[in-house]
Design a protein around this ligand. Sequence first.
Ligand code: MOS
Length: 713
Amino acid sequence: MTREAATTAARSRVDGPAKVTGTARYTADIHPDGLVYAALVPATVPSGRITAIDTEAARSASGVLAVITHENAPRVETVEGLAQTWLPVQDDLIRHEGQPVAIVVAETTEQAQYAAELVRVTCERSPARLDFRAHRDEGHPVPTFTEPDSTVGDVDAALKDDAEVIVDQRYRTADRHHNPMEPSATIAEWRDGDLLLYDATQHVWGPRAVAAAAFGLEPERVRVRCDFLGGGFGAKGYSWPHELLAPLAAKVVGRPVRLLLTRAQMYTSHGRQTGTEQRVTLGAKKDGTLVAIRHASATPTSVADDYIEVCAAGTRSAYACPAIETRSRAVPVNLPIPTPMRAPHEGPGMAALEIAMDELAVELDTDPLELRLRNYAEADPTKGVPFSSKRLRDCYLRGAERFGWAGRPAKPRQMRDGNDLVGWGMATAIMSTFRFPATARVSVDRDGNVLIEAGSQEIGGGTYTTMPQIAAGVLGIDPARVRLALGDTALPQTGGTFGSSTTLSVGSAVADAARKLEVKLRGLADGADPARAGLGRLLSHHCLDRLEAEGSWAPGGNAVGEGPDLSIATFGAVFAEVRVDADLGLPRLSRLTGVYSAGRIINPKTARSQITGGMIWGLGQALLEESDVDVNLGRFVSKNLAGYLVPVNADVPHLDASFIEDEVDQRASPVGAKGIGELGAVGVAPAIANAVHHATGIRVRTLPIRPETLLVD
Ligand code: MOS
């Protein structure tokens, strides 16, 4: 096997058999000796103070070991690094519905859950603000990974003096929850004052830092482990209160404690993707040349802490235009603090921009693809710097050909199949590439088996499969000889498995470690190729049991690895066909083509799986997913998978997904890769909304698209 073939082989997941046979142990499957179980008592009002808690019945229920409330809980240090700045059961304040107000610990889960129902909480309810849309003009900017605002040129002047056609509309996307199959879970065990956490987390280093700060420990005295994640999509990215409540409860009862969130608690114990209110203004010449883009958004945050969705993050880089202005504002409400969810920022934001672009194409009587090509950005129009690599034009052209876009009737309502109105729409996808520092160790033993050690996570994207490919490629050996150990703060430190960053960041550290190991091996081989000599044989020959090397990668730039000289992003072109039942208004996706420019693809098989997962995520955004807030009760209406609709197999047609295969972006990362975990979730919803317009003539600016909005005649 050549080095290139080892690196970019379409390997099946090496952890697949363990997962489908049930031998892969997820966090809640781990049972240390003496394990006991915790259940949370949630607040039932969105705002107020606890005036009394009656725990007597719960305390005397069978199997109960402790009932912990703000009246008797051990106090922890002020917490830094937690998604929110406050920890429940430390005071009497209620900041959102579902906030834990008591923890019950019992010998069994059932006993804990039963006793939790016996806790009587009395509270004084205070007025709550729940509808951020009603206060959309009262938001504030929030500093985050990028500036909340940006300005290039003079948008007002361009709209007044240069624009011959203007589109100016408001767009809405829904609050959405992550709904990973595996609920969050933490198992906390104190051993001689040291803390061991088994935790369903996308970043083992996050809860380590948070727990160390909260319990006043040196970080080295906290160890966090996570071998497998059953999805996360951002829900398990930041650290959340339950990750501290478990060790707090374990301290109280003096035994290991498991805290497994219920499905309903998955709607309130961590954040969600914010709903958005967006306004997009586009000014263009009659020939389609853009002269002005303005994109402003308001999104909810919590009353106690700030999070912001930078909806215009993609808009800043999308199209060549001399005047681009973006604004993001956050509006506090009495709901849990939001958090990133798969394709944060660009996911909701590009939906608004790309529906607006379709509206502009209609106004100009221009083909929507032609309009995008006319405004193609060769360099980043806001930063004024080149892209590290960008093959979006190839995506547009290949996607159009694969989809058959040339056969599209220019006007809406021209295609019908039986009772279905058929329409075609397209959209651009852009996603930021986050880059985090990473370290890794690679070692080889006398049998020639290679071990990679890196404290990263396996979220389902294929880390166990792709990292060995990268090391094998450097060493010139079969990836089957390489194993990866991850998910443990005892291993070399990496960033979190978020921001679509793992393959490029951890992979670059693994490649560096493998290269350094190769240099050592080459020394043993007197300069010959160690792979030809045989790694195990080289070690035997030199009476070595093991040889190892440490590697690292530090991208530099800001906290998300973004430097001043380059714009690093991934791109895609998405084409959708929908069928709308003429009588019922029911929209269905019938075809979807996506072509993506995302740097070097390490493993085409796992990459396709990631990108189609993202495309299905976009389908959910377009047609199904919505966490409605009941403004009277101050809670999400459906905290379950019966009321919260996610796409099932029957909703998903064949997905035509492909990558620009010969793109290698070594300015983005030494391994030439960029991120793909989230890219697929961008551009799908607007392509579908635009196809719905083409099918029906109805312009939808609110996602998800509800059938009742498509009932016309
Ligand atoms: Mo992702 S929303 O960066 O886990």
